[in-house]
Ligand binder design. Structure first.
Ligand code: B12
Ligand code: SF4
Length: 459
C-alpha cells in the first residue's frame, strides 16, 4: 500500500522564496504534522512525504498511490484543494486533516473523501484500515491525544535539504489570546510529552539545528517550569550536541537556573510574542500575560541574551488602538528592548478564533471570497478593515516598521553587539538579512495586493 502525505505550498509566502532570497533557505521548516502522521503509520504502508515548499513535483509522473493525506494551515488550503482534486480525478481517495479542516469542516468536506478533525493520534490507524478495506468514512475526530500516544516523528523520510529539524514536546495553551487558534485546536490544557520520548526523538534527528515547535516550551505555571528544567537536565545528560530554537513566553527570563539549563541543553534562540508595545494593545488581544507590572522588557531580553540565546520578537499591526505612526513605534520599541530580529504580522482573523467572530460580526473582512481568498491569510496581507488605518495606511506602516528596524545601520549595530557579547553574530547577520531581503519582496507583494483589491472594487 502506497501513501503520499502532502504539504501544499502557498507561493505568496515570502519565506519559501528560496530562489529570490537565498537567506530563506534557513526559513523553510519541515512539515512536522505529516512526519508525526508517518510515525503513526504501520509498516505495511510505503510512505512518501511530499513537501511542496521544496518545489512542487509533477504528480502525474509519480507512481500512483493508494491513499493521499493532505495537511493544511488556512493559508495553504486553496492549493490543498487543487491537489485533492488532481488525485480524486485519478480515482485515488484523499483524506485531509490539520487546523483548517478542523475549523472549517463544512467547507473541506466536498473537496475530499474523508476528513480528520483534531489531533490524528487516536484515529489514524482506523482511517488507514478503512482505506485498505475501501470503506472510508467521511469524518473522523481525533480530539486531543494522550501525550504518551504521540509517536516519534519519522525524521528519516524527508531529504537532507532543510537547515533545521523539528520536534514537539508539549501541546495546548491555556492563555487563549483572541487572535490565535492554538487553544481552540489543541485545548487549554498544557500537555507534556514524556521526557524519555522527547530525548529519544531528539537523538533520531540528523540535523544539528532544530526548531522546537511548542507554542510555549516552558509553560506558565511553576509545575510547567519544573518540567522544562527536568527536560533540559535530561537533554544535557544525553549529551545531544544539538542546538535548538523555541517559542517561549517572557517569563522565561525570570528564572536564572532555567536560562542556564536551557543554554546548556543547546538553546540558541527564542521567539517571544510581544504583540504590542502598548498595554492597551495587549489588553485588546486578551494577552494579559505580557502585562506583568514592573517588567523591564529590555532587562528581560538582556538576561536571555546573556545566556547565549537570541531573542526574536513578534508583533501585530492593525490593532484597534493602532494609529498612523505605529510602524515606527514598533520598530523603536523593539530596538529599545534590544531584540535581535522581529516579525510583524497584520492583525488577521483566522477561523475558529475570537477575533474571527468579532471581525466577522462587525463586517470587517475585506477579503472574504472563500476558499479562494484564504491564500491571503498569511498574516502578511491586510485582509481586514482596521479601525484607524486605511488599507494604504496600514501597508505604509508595515513598510515603515521594516525599513526602520532592518535599516543597514541598525542591522550592523545588532550584529556588532552580538559579536561584542560573544553570542552569534553570524546567525544574527543571516537572520537580519533574510528579513531585509523579504521586505523588498513584500513591497512587490503589497503592490499586487492593492491592484487586486482595486480590480475587485471596479468590477
Ligand atoms: C511550526 C509552525 C509553523 C512553521 C511551519 C512548519 C510546518 N510546515 O509544519 C512555520 C514557521 C513555517 C509556520 C508558518 C506559518 N504559520 Co504556523 N505554526 C506552527 C506551529 C507553532 C506548530 C505546528 C506544528 O508543527 N505542530 C505539530 C504537529 C504535530 O501538529 P499539527 O501540524 O497540528 O498536526 C497534527 C494534527 O493537526 C493532525 N494533522 C495535521 N495534518 C494532517 C493531515 C492529515 C491527512 C491527517 C489525517 C491529520 C493531520 O495530525 C497531526 C498529529 O496530531 C503552529 C501552532 C500549533 N500548535 O499547531 C502554528 C500555526 C499552525 N501557524 C499558524 C499560522 C497563522 C502561520 C502563518 C500563516 C503565519 C505565521 N505565523 O508565520 C505561516 C503560514 C505558512 C504557510 N506555508 O502558509 C497558525 C495557523 C492557523 C490557521 N488557521 O491556519 C497556527 C495554528 C498558530 C496560531 N497562532 O494560530 N508555522
Ligand atoms: S498566542 Fe501563544 S500564548 Fe497566546 S494563545 Fe496562542 S499559543 Fe497561547
Amino acid at each position: 500500500m502506497r501513501l503520499y502525505l502532502i504539504n501544499p505550498s502557498n507561493p505568496l509566502v515570502s519565506s519559501i522564496k528560496v530562489k529570490e532570497s537565498r537567506w530563506n533557505r534557513y526559513r523553510v521548516w519541515k512539515p512536522l504534522g505529516l512526519m508525526v502522521l508517518a510515525g503513526l503509520t504501520p509498516p505495511e504502508w510505503e510512505i512518501s512525504i511530499v513537501d511542496e515548499n521544496l518545489g512542487p513535483p509533477d504528480y502525474t509522473a509519480l507512481p500512483r498511490p493508494d491513499l493521499v493525506g493532505i495537511t493544511a494551515f488556512t493559508s495553504q488550503v486553496n492549493r490543498a484543494y487543487e491537489v485533492a482534486a488532481l488525485y480524486r480525478d485519478l480515482g485515488v481517495p484523499v483524506v485531509m486533516g490539520g487546523i483548517h479542516t478542523t475549523m472549517c469542516l463544512d467547507e473541506t468536506l466536498p473537496h475530499v473523501d474523508a476528513v480528520v478533525t483534531g489531533e490524528a493520534e487516536g484515529v489514524w490507524a482506523q482511517v488507514l484500515e478503512d482505506a485498505q478495506q475501501g470503506c472510508l468514512k467521511q469524518r473522523y475526530d481525533g480530539g486531543h491525544a494522550e501525550t504518551g500516544a504521540i509517536a516519534s516523528a519519522r525524521h528519516d523520510l524527508l531529504p537532507a535539504r532543510y537547515a533545521f529539524g523539528a520536534i514537539q514536546t508539549t501541546r495546548g495553551c491555556p492563555l487563549n489570546c483572541s487572535f490565535c487558534s492554538v487553544t481552540a485546536f489543541n485545548g487549554a490544557h498544557y500537555r507534556q510529552r514524556p521526557i524519555g520520548d522527547v530525548v529519544r526523538e531528539f537523538q533520531s534527528i540528523r540535523e544539528k539545528r532544530i526548531l522546537v515547535v511548542d507554542d510555549n516550551l516552558i509553560g506558565t505555571r511553576p509545575e510547567h517550569i519544573a518540567r522544562a528544567k527536568d527536560l533540559f537536565h535530561a537533554m544535557i545528560r544525553a549529551n545531544l550536541k544539538k542546538e535548538w530554537v523555541a517559542q517561549v513566553t517572557i517569563n522565561f527570563a525570570d528564572d536564572e537556573e532555567l536560562l542556564a539549563l536551557a543554554s546548556r541543553a543547546g538553546g540558541r534562540g527564542v521567539f517571544i510574542g510581544f504583540e504590542s508595545p502598548t498595554p492597551e494593545g495587549l489588553r485588546g488581544l486578551g494577552r494579559k500575560f505580557n502585562l506583568m507590572k514592573g517588567r523591564d522588557i529590555r532587562a528581560s531580553v538582556r538576561r536571555i541574551q546573556r545566556h547565549g540565546m537570541m531573542v526574536a520578537g513578534s508583533f501585530i499591526m492593525g490593532l484597534d488602538i493602532d494609529r498612523p505612526g505605529v510602524g515606527n513605534l514598533i520598530a523603536d520599541a523593539a530596538s529599545r528592548y534590544g531584540m535581535d530580529t522581529i516579525n510583524v504580522g497584520f492583525l488577521t482573523p483566522l477561523p475558529g478564533t475570537r477575533l474571527w467572530d468579532q471581525m466577522k460580526s462587525e463586517e470587517r473582512l475585506v477579503l472574504d471570497a472563500f476558499p479562494e481568498d484564504w491564500k491571503y491569510y498569511t498574516l502578511t496581507f491586510p485582509v481586514a478593515r482596521y479601525k484607524h488605518l486605511s488599507l494604504k495606511g496600514v501597508i505604509e506602516e508595515m513598510l515603515a516598521c521594516s525599513r526602520r528596524f532592518y535599516s543597514l545601520p541598525r542591522i550592523m549595530n545588532r550584529v556588532f553587539l552580538n559579536f561584542w557579547q560573544r553570542r552569534a553574530p553570524l546567525i544574527s547577520l543571516v537572520g537580519n538579512l533574510s528579513y531585509r531581503r523579504n521586505f523588498r519582496l513584500d513591497v512587490t507583494a503589497f503592490a499586487n495586493f492593492q491592484n487586486l483589491l482595486e480590480g475587485r472594487r471596479s468590477q
